[in-house]
Design a protein around this ligand. Sequence first.
Ligand SMILES: Cc1ncc(COP(=O)(O)O)c(C=O)c1O
Length: 402
Amino acid sequence: MSQYPKSVIFHKYKSALADFLGLSPAHLTLYWKGRVGLYAILQALDIGPGDEVLLPGFTCVVVPNAILYRGAQPIYLDIDPRSLNLNPTQIEPHISPRTKAILVQNTFGLSPDFAAIRQLADRHQLKIIEDNTHGFGSRYRGQASGLLGDAAFFSSQWNKPFSTGIGGFVVAHEPELRQALHRIEASLPPPSSRADWMLRRQLQLRQLLGHSTFYWPALRLYRWLSQNNLISGSSEGGELAGPQMPEGFLRGAAPIQAEEGLRQLARFPDNIRHRRRLADRYQAAFREWGFPPIYEPEYADHLFLKYAFFVRDRPAFLDLAARHRIPLGDWFLSPIHPIPSHWERWQYRTGSCPIAEKLSRHILNLPTDPSVSLAEAERIIAFLADHRSTLLAPEEYAPLHP
Ligand SMILES: Cc1ncc(COP(=O)(O)O)c(C=O)c1O
């Protein structure tokens, strides 16, 4: 239990986040999850029935879910295969009189091409919402990502730049929007005591997972507990079945998230350095094997939340990796990850984002987080080297480059 009252611990956490971002704490509001923060932004912007939101068709299903929970319509745009971010050339042809906002994503910690997007948003009087769930700690032209749109939501869920198990926060700038968000934040009920209890167990398990001896047995235990609903998973079953808001979705933050967030932020500079070091090591290996480096445009400092690469036959590769106990990630295995089919339930029309559809059949990612030691990264590289004939060669996806 915290030694501080809830309001004090929340203020401390907001202040630490604000310090990192170079803002005042009044710009921040806290939520149980990042997706609740997105819902709050949409509500504060009064986006609802009859409105359209443009977003990349290479996203997590909880993003269109929040748009659909508001009664608005997601309009999916294709991505640039180099950046894996929304391709700005896709925006203008999809703007209609109903368009209210452009939602841009900072995929794997690479900032989108903001100058181009801001120009279009201003020309058409659209709001920009940043999905900065991958990008806390990344930069756009030297400025912290997440400060360039009208509002940004962040996640501190399991696999994010820093983790409080689950968690989310929002940054907004314009005073009226900030006030609306503060009103929403104050109106949200706290998580249930069961959810709070489960999150505490999850954080204890995470400590076990971080210890390499226990990684695989603890991961199996974590998955079993999650499947049996004994700990707070990131997505509840209903969220993956269709765009109906599950009961208890709209929840405020819990003090345990702020306490854990403060601990994680104290180590964050080391966390960022570690990610860059591992990414550089992976990059050197891929270069040696003849693959092009990950796209790093001059405007961005990439966070490398994950190091993306492509394989010919993903199920076979994942199988092989599991047998060698190589920890791989599989985002985004569909344009609305992790939904494998029935995309029309989320108003996604098959064929509408051909680049995202193709890449999502082949993409995998390598971990960069501090629980992965340099020695473990070398073991992962040795595994990839042994199986490099199954990696997707650049010329196989190069024709997709714009
Ligand atoms: C791109 C993207 N957007 C949004 C989210 C939602 O964040 P949260 O789990 O905190 O709701 C996630 C991850 O879960 C994500 O990967």
